[in-house]
Design a protein around this ligand. Structure first.
Ligand SMILES: Nc1ncnc2c1ncn2[C@@H]1O[C@H](COP(=O)(O)OP(=O)(O)OP(=O)(O)O)[C@@H](O)[C@H]1O
Length: 187
């Protein structure tokens, strides 16, 4: 059996004095896309941050096998730098901009890009990261229908190429998900 790119077991998280979840176990094999669902406040972002290594769990452990890219609600760009300079800063190949229809904007400062264009730039940077594991928090926020379809194709291609992804989203998606992890169903 192929080793998972990411696996966790017995994960628990507390925020303030509240237990958000306990006993979470999930594993992502190459080619697997898992959708993370649950109502507002159920802990989706918290779980993604724990899996990315940005927050410690209150119990359990995470095993990562290979490079990981995390995309949260914030895109993490410097507003003053141009799109091209940001890509060079992150070591991302400018060619990835083409897939998201952004090539013509390469010399513009990030602050002059629309919200949707900035999200597309973050997704282009993700696609150029070469990471096998993608942890995505509402990646389609602010995208129009055409760009949502493009995003779903990019995710499907990532899985096809042997990557894995865990994606928190409230919307219906068109990529082939192998399972759903529902934090709401556990409450
Ligand atoms: N830094 C923090 N300190 C204390 N509590 C926090 C902190 N960050 C989040 N929380 C709380 O943890 C709970 C889970 O938040 P989280 O953002 O993980 O939920 P979510 O499922 O991603 O929600 P949404 O669907 O609204 O994005 C919420 O009740 C939130 O108020």
């Amino acid at each position: 059996m192929t080793a998972p790119l990411l696996a966790c077991e017995g994960l628990a998280a507390e925020r303030g004095s509240r237990t958000l979840f306990t006993e979470i176990g999930v594993s992502l094999a190459p080619g697997e896309v898992v959708r993370l669902t649950g109502p507002n406040g159920s802990g989706k972002s918290t779980l993604l941050r724990i899996l990315a290594g940005l927050l410690p769990p209150s119990a359990g452990e995470v095993r990562r096998n290979g490079k990981l890219s995390y995309l949260g609600h914030a895109n993490g760009f410097d507003a003053q730098r141009s799109l091209g300079a940001e890509f060079r800063f992150w070591g991302a190949d400018l060619a990835a901009l083409g897939r998201f229809g952004l090539s013509a904007l390469v010399d513009l400062p990030m602050r002059s890009l629309s919200q949707g264009q900035q999200r597309r730039a973050a997704l282009a940077r993700l696609a150029a990261s070469g990471a096998g594991i993608w942890l995505l928090d509402e990646p389609g926020a602010g995208l129009d229908d055409a760009n949502l379809s493009n995003l779903d194709r990019v995710i499907a291609d990532h899985a096809e190429a042997g990557g894995a992804a865990l994606i928190a989203t409230h919307r219906e998606t068109r990529f082939a998900e192998s399972k759903i992890l529902d934090l709401g169903a556990r409450a």
